[in-house]
Design a protein around this ligand. Structure first.
Ligand code: MN
Length: 152
């Protein structure tokens, strides 16, 4: 019942009130994973929602598993994004700069409004936890796909 109320309270702003009812543990796998849509990802990306934004964290938190060759489309974040790489090896690229390699344990801060993409390398899968901060009810602005030429 509490969870239903919390879910209903997310509302149009996408922000859940910060509850003060004690420690909450969301067991691994308790939220369904989803395949990233072709509009937002090239190749296969599996997204597991971990925790919704609250009034305090203001970040939507999820785990993304990219197959080799998979990546986001170009996009930006209206309030920034923190990536924590947990497995494999990946690439991240900011528009106008060279792509950079990221490895498990690396922490990547994407500032507000920076056009970029992230994903696996062409030969390795990659997983990262993403904290995507909310601004006016959204946390991402999706743009055009990363071409194979840009990706390689
Ligand atoms: Mn991003």
């Amino acid at each position: 019942m509490k969870k239903l109320l919390a879910a209903a309270a997310i509302g149009t702003a996408g922000i859940m009130p910060a509850q003060a009812e004690g420690i909450e543990i969301r067991a691994n796998g308790s939220t369904p994973a989803a395949i990233g849509t072709a509009e937002n990802f090239t190749g296969q990306a599996v997204i597991s929602a971990l925790y919704p934004p609250t009034e305090i964290t203001r970040a939507s938190t999820g785990l993304v598993n990219f197959a080799p060759g998979a990546r986001t489309v170009w996009h930006s974040h209206p309030a920034g994004q923190l990536l924590i790489v947990t497995a494999g090896q990946g690439w991240v690229q900011e528009e106008g700069k060279d792509k950079r390699t990221i490895n498990p344990g690396d922490v990547v801060w994407i500032p507000v409004g920076i056009k970029h993409w992230h994903g696996a390398t062409d030969t390795s899968p990659m997983a990262h936890i993403a904290l995507s901060y909310m601004q006016d009810g959204k946390n991402v602005d999706w743009l055009e796909p990363v071409s194979d030429e840009q990706y390689r």
